[in-house]
Design a binder for this molecule. Structure first.
Ligand code: ACO
Length: 376
């Protein structure tokens, strides 16, 4: 009897997790039991990293100590800067993948796959990830990398290293919320990829490299960049209907809509929607939000009955664009936010490991006769 094929592993439960809870029908997301809405409005990325990796909200003292530790791990060795210089013409996600891979040569615990060492390595990778992305971005412009600034938080320091200027508080807060919203999301494709790597008892650096590679595709983290490209091509809200019709009538997809798990609105989207609107108004550039709003409310509204709503990526691109962040950096920002999630998933995998190794039903020919090359 032919086996049942679970194509794309849709609706397949791989394991249990204490990382995040997702109710796709209701549009609900919890990290370690805490609602994403509370975390987005009341927490900080530093606190969320702590929550994810240690399982509870920190006390004031614990958070202060953790913050010192994170800041102390922001620097990357000169050798890694040299590697980034060599690959400066590559896409920022490829540079991040290469930078993390290169960092494995300098991590004293690289081969220690105990849960405790994995958490420690994940914290180091989370701390230095922004330094890799920012250094590569500077090098590709022919500029010197900017050293981390210990007076700034994780989000503010990233912007500082990227642009060489201390960002204002509002901009820092925007990126902080963005990191929080991207920090963890169950068995998404990149976390699954990272878990597969960990399940072979490969090390965390390899697993995070896998996560970065899987995240890069437009069906996953690459959507934010595509959404902003679409908004720029649409140009004015009145062009949106025809533009989207052309795509949809030809069997295409509108980027930033649809989700494997959410059949209601992605709960992360509202935080970016509100901020995209407010930032556009503040900067006197409301057009991008108006275009996206038109696509959501006038065009894609018809797809809601099919369970297709905006996802986290739909409004993210417009915020980055308004912050003057180049579009090919959008996915890297997602990746920087997600390192704690990948780390936690790998720690869970190591803690109760089983090799992840599904089956494929063979559909090719059988028992063919081998013909020597001279007779073919
Ligand atoms: N626009 C138009 N139609 C869509 C869209 C979309 N964005 N997304 C799904 N659909 C339609 C499909 O055409 C399909 O229709 P059909 O049943 O008539 O063939 C139906 O909805 C189901 O789509 P699937 O591809 O089977 O759903 P799946 O769960 O595999 O896809 C995915 C999820 C890949 C995210 C999809 O919605 C998509 O391609 N979206 C656009 C890319 C995007 O925004 N990615 C970011 C996802 S969020 C994240 O990773 C952070």
């Amino acid at each position: 009897m032919a086996p049942e094929i679970m194509k794309g592993l849709k609706d397949v439960y791989l394991d249990t997790t204490e990382s995040s809870f997702i109710d796709g029908q209701e549009g609900k997301l919890l990290y370690r039991g805490y609602n994403i809405h509370d975390l987005a409005e009341k927490s900080t990325f530093e606190e969320v990293i702590y929550l994810l990796l240690y399982g509870n909200l920190p006390s004031k003292e614990q958070l202060a100590e953790f913050d010192v530790h994170l800041k102390a791990n922001r620097r990357i060795p000169d050798e890694v800067i040299q590697v980034l210089e060599l690959v400066k013409n590559s896409h920022p996600m490829d540079a991040l993948r290469t930078g993390i891979s290169a960092m494995s040569a300098f991590d004293p615990e690289v081969t220690d796959n105990s849960v405790d060492a994995t958490i420690r390595k994940g914290i180091r990778l989370t701390a230095m990830g922004p330094t890799i992305v920012a250094a590569h971005h500077r090098l590709r412009q022919g500029l010197e990398p900017v050293a981390p600034n210990p007076d700034l938080n994780h989000a503010g320091n990233f912007l500082y290293m990227l642009f060489g200027e201390v960002p204002d508080q509002e901009t820092t807060n925007l990126l902080d919320v963005d990191f929080i919203l991207h920090a963890e999301h169950g068995a998404n494709a990149s976390a699954f990829g990272a878990r597969v790597a960990a399940s072979t008892i490969s090390d965390l650096h390899s697993a995070v490299v896998t996560g970065v590679g899987v995240l890069k595709g437009p069906a996953h983290g690459g959507a934010a960049e595509e959404v902003m490209k679409m908004a720029l091509e649409i140009g004015q809200p009145e062009n949106a209907e025809e533009y989207c019709r052309n795509i949809l009538d030809n069997g295409g997809r509108i980027m930033g809509f649809g989700h494997r798990v959410y059949k209601a609105e992605d709960p992360r989207a509202r935080h970016l929607r509100d901020r995209s609107r407010a930032l556009g108004e503040k900067l006197g550039e409301p057009r991008w939000f108006q275009i996206l709003n038109y696509v959501e409310e006038e065009v894609m509204v018809r797809y809601r009955s099919r369970g297709i709503f905006v996802n986290v990526d739909f409004f993210a691109g417009s915020i980055y664009y308004l912050l003057d962040i180049p579009d090919d950096l959008f996915i890297s920002i997602f990746a920087l936010g997600r390192i704690p999630g990948w780390t936690l998933q790998c720690a869970e995998q190591y803690d109760d490991n089983i090799l992840i190794r599904p089956l494929l039903e063979y559909s090719g020919e059988m028992d063919l006769e081998y013909v020597p090359i001279e007779q073919r």
